[in-house]
Design a protein around this ligand. Structure first.
Ligand code: ASP
Ligand code: MG
Length: 410
């Protein structure tokens, strides 16, 4: 008998018929004799409506009350799914995050899970009852409701799977797996059978919106056997996310991603002396602004240089004002920002051992006349910042250059 966590996203529980469809999927797993725990999101669109309601009442709402409001979407779906399961003869009961003592920190709107008590879940499983758990929500030490950030039900599911040492955590969604790139851009994009945690982590944080990044971090840390599958297929294969050692046929490059929420700030004429970068990034950190790519070279004459960095578009105005207020400490001549940029990345564990990837990437972009503004790399990815209007062209060109429609085993 296996312990299986099944998570269903918003589109999978988008209406009553779909909730019935989900109940049948759960039953199928249950009828195999497995112990099944279900985690659900709110019905598609509901969380967005709830967020909007908060803003309608007061645009500068209290985040703790925001959490109280937006967490309600999941409470509806757990009840409905439990009813649907009972109707087809599967004993089931619902659990909210706080009923399960899903304890989080106090960061309203983006809380992190500290601890889960799985005793009640285990008791249900032992009695043959399917626990249906609300994703995305928890409770802090002060007994306030928290939420885990948008897309947070993935993280709830993985955390429960880790705590139960589940054999599998299946994330059911509206796509049939993780693709080499966005199939809306590239028709020949290919579903990947297997992907390493590290690659998925890069993909999730670089813009492939299949899984919340945090859920992949947790899965990697606790070695949760994760699978992304479609809710709308009878026998889904999906994409398995696992350790590199568990992949026999590793691919050289596994995907091309893009992320539109990028902006760039350049400080020009910055004094080229110790402590200046620290002053810039101290100021940004104290304003809680996350910086991604950073580019700086030393000045030709040792006096002044430029520093460019990228950040989320929503943080640009805040960043400019904190830098302005630290102007004397930093000492720069000019500041300029650009929100018309996109980050495009090539990802693959094969990069660790194969040369020539960056070279091929830059060639493919230059052949299309695309200017690379900023570059950053890690062991398994190369990212470039380009102008927004070239996104589709760049993604297509790179997919073709690396011939991703076909599998390339290393
Ligand atoms: N319902 C929440 C959201 O829309 C959580 C989730 O779907 O994972 O962000
Ligand atoms: Mg999601």
């Amino acid at each position: 008998m296996a312990v299986v966590v099944q998570k269903f996203g918003g589109t999978s529980v988008g209406d009553v018929d779909r909730i019935r469809n989900v109940a049948n999927k759960v039953k199928k797993e249950y009828d195999k004799g497995n112990q099944v725990v279900v985690v659900v999101s709110a019905m598609a669109g509901v969380t967005n409506q709830l967020v909007e309601l908060c803003g309608d009442v007061n645009p500068s709402y209290d985040m703790k009350e925001y959490d109280t409001v937006v967490s309600t979407g999941e409470q509806v779906t757990i009840g409905l799914l439990a009813i649907a399961l009972q109707s087809i003869g599967v004993p089931a009961r619902s659990f909210t995050g706080w009923q399960l003592h899903m304890i989080t920190d106090e960061e309203a709107g983006k809380a992190r899970i500290d601890h889960i008590d799985v005793d009640d879940i285990k008791k249900c499983l032992d009695k043959g009852i399917v626990p249906v758990v609300a994703g995305f929500q928890g409770v802090d030490e002060n007994n306030r409701i928290t939420t885990l950030g948008r897309g947070g039900s993935d993280t709830s599911a993985v955390a429960i799977a880790a705590a139960l040492k589940a054999d599998r955590c299946d994330i059911y969604t509206d796509v049939d797996g993780v693709y080499t790139t966005d199939p809306r851009f590239v028709k020949s994009a290919r579903r990947l059978d297997k992907l390493t945690y590290e690659e998925m982590l890069e993909m999730a944080s670089l813009g492939a919106k299949v899984l919340q990044t945090r859920s992949v971090e947790l899965a990697m840390k606790y070695q949760v056997n994760l699978r992304v599958v479609s809710s709308f297929e009878e026998e889904p294969i999906g994409t398995t996310i696992c350790d590199e050692e568990d992949i026999v046929e590793k691919e050289l490059i596994s995907g091309i991603t893009y992320s539109r929420d990028e902006a760039k700030i350049t400080l020009s004429g910055v004094r080229d002396e110790p402590g200046v970068s620290a002053a810039v990034f101290d100021a940004l950190a104290s304003a809680n602004i996350c910086v991604d790519m950073i580019v700086q070279t030393d000045s030709a004459d040792g006096s002044r240089t430029d520093i460019t960095f990228t950040l989320a578009q929503g943080d640009v105005n805040k960043a400019i004002s904190v830098l302005d207020s630290n102007h004397d400490k930093i000492g720069y001549h000019g500041i300029k920002s650009d929100t018309n940029c996109v980050k495009v990345s090539v990802i693959g564990v094969g990069m660790r051992t194969h040369a020539g990837i960056a070279n091929k990437m830059f060639h493919a972009l230059s052949e299309k006349g695309i200017n690379v503004q900023t570059i950053s790399t890690s062991e398994i990815k190369i990212s470039v910042l380009i102008a927004d209007e070239y996104t589709e062209l760049a993604v297509r060109a790179l997919h073709t250059a690396f011939n991703l429609e076909n599998k390339h085993i290393i």
